[in-house]
Design a protein around this ligand. Sequence first.
Ligand code: SAM
Length: 341
Amino acid sequence: MDDPVPHRRRPRYPGKNPRRFEHKYKELDPASHPETVAKVIAAGKTPAGSHVPIMVREILEVLQPQPGGIAVDCTLGHGGHARALLERLSPGGHLFGLDVDPLERPRTEALLRRTGFGPDVFTTHQGNFAGLSSVLAAHGHSGADLILADLGVSSMQLDQPARGFSTKLAGPLDMRMNPARGATASQWLEKVSPQKLAAVLTDHADEPHAAGLADALAGESFALTTDLATAIRGTLRDRPPDELDLSVRRVFQALRIAVNDEFSALDAFLRVLPSCLNPGGRVALLTFHSGEDRRVKHAFRTAHQAGLYREIARDVVRPSAEERRANPRSTSAKLRWAVRA
Ligand SMILES: C[S@@+](CC[C@H](N)C(=O)[O-])C[C@H]1O[C@@H](n2cnc3c(N)ncnc32)[C@H](O)[C@@H]1O
């Protein structure tokens, strides 16, 4: 006989309100709190511990997945786009799901396995999309029929204070998508010069107070995300509250891009992309800020002029007003696409 499931008492909080993240964010355990998750979604927010995929309909229109197709989702994340693609690649197709994050990738693999996608149609691969051609070659493919990249970090990563991306929840100031590699944001800030930091804040996030913030933050030691947020607010204390929130978000974005060397990875990826597509193969790229979109636009144009792409997006595609309302994290999304000659 199976062991009876032990009865678990509801956690008692040591004060009036829950203080710890895992108590406060019931959405992290959706199976136990479906009513909380439903309320969060109805309020137009993303439940902590899940990720709502962005512009799925538009991406499917662009990529036109067909049964038997070979596809790569270069930024697997929580697998929302991967799932929509997988549903259209069977029978006979295969989706390679890449992600640089060694913590989230196995969880997403397990999630999609539970949904019924076996290793014959879906495999995941740990690594940076800059190395896409090696992943394809290692599995006997010279190119893919469709490639997707949805840049940045997932809500899963953002909402876990331990990952150090959150501007609101206290956690170690880390921000590495792969915590096994490179310096944390805290170590990076401690070593950076004010000149370099000012350039990073301007180039990576268009921060208008870059110089003043760089003088105050460079070389300082911040253990927690909230310590850094407090220091940013203190430096700009004369500015209105809305402006402070924006600056906190921009500084965190700029640091995340620097710590993960995101622009170098994107540039390398855009260079190898045409050679990773089969003739007539299609690529869709979702970007979230001007530094990313500029790179994609320029690379697509140059490769189009060189005859490597048969067609590219003339204009950027934006999420519908309805999607922006339902999922505020989609607001800054821009979709560009290209078709291999
Ligand atoms: C916005 S999320 C993708 C969400 C996904 N489309 C979904 O529907 O759940 C971006 C993901 O890409 C990963 N990522 C970011 N840069 C990467 C890179 N250079 N190579 C591989 N994965 C990367 C992040 O770790 C994160 O999981």
